[in-house]
Design a binder for this molecule. Sequence first.
Ligand SMILES: CC(C)(COP(=O)(O)OP(=O)(O)OC[C@H]1O[C@@H](n2cnc3c(N)ncnc32)[C@H](O)[C@@H]1OP(=O)(O)O)[C@@H](O)C(=O)NCCC(=O)NCCS
Length: 158
Amino acid sequence: MPPARHPARIHPATLADLDALLALEEATFDSDRISRAQWRRHIHSASATVLVSGDPGAPDAAVVVFYRRDSRGARLYSLAVGAHARGTGLGRALLAAAETDARARGCTSMRLEVRVDNPAAIALYERRGYARGAREARFYEDGADAWRYAKPLAPVTR
Ligand SMILES: CC(C)(COP(=O)(O)OP(=O)(O)OC[C@H]1O[C@@H](n2cnc3c(N)ncnc32)[C@H](O)[C@@H]1OP(=O)(O)O)[C@@H](O)C(=O)NCCC(=O)NCCS
């Protein structure tokens, strides 16, 4: 696995990142976009983690993880790297940071869904140990199918 070309500065998102997160979302996804109100809620939610990379107020990539109080399974809800920043290891770094966050919250697995027509994301997840599960027909708003993926997370060792 090649190292990142630059050390990613990954940190929790703040409301100062809202405009840039919306722009990233709009530039990245054609459907199922996270709205301003939803970003705001996720940033403040105890059951979500939003991590970004880049300068404060100008993130170039973001990952969103959801948690449930009654579950030790985390859900990677969204991962987006700005087009200009792709292919430099940011996606891998954010995914690793999301997994670290999930482990720190006591989660033992991470699951996610990915469009069946998204080979870049599928390659990223499979190279990081995610196993393909069921195909979900018409999972996305535009009617596209999804693959479900999951990965066990090793517990934090002290
Ligand atoms: C998928 C995405 C997050 C990858 O981010 P990235 O920063 O470009 O990826 P990285 O540079 O960290 O590469 C990590 C791995 O992803 C895979 N990958 C990345 N881009 C790829 C491409 N264009 N084709 C094939 N595999 C690719 C490779 O397996 C790569 O590992 P390697 O370098 O060891 O071969 C990014 O392309 C993106 O934001 N795409 C649009 C949004 C999206 O699809 N999000 C996922 C929704 S589930």
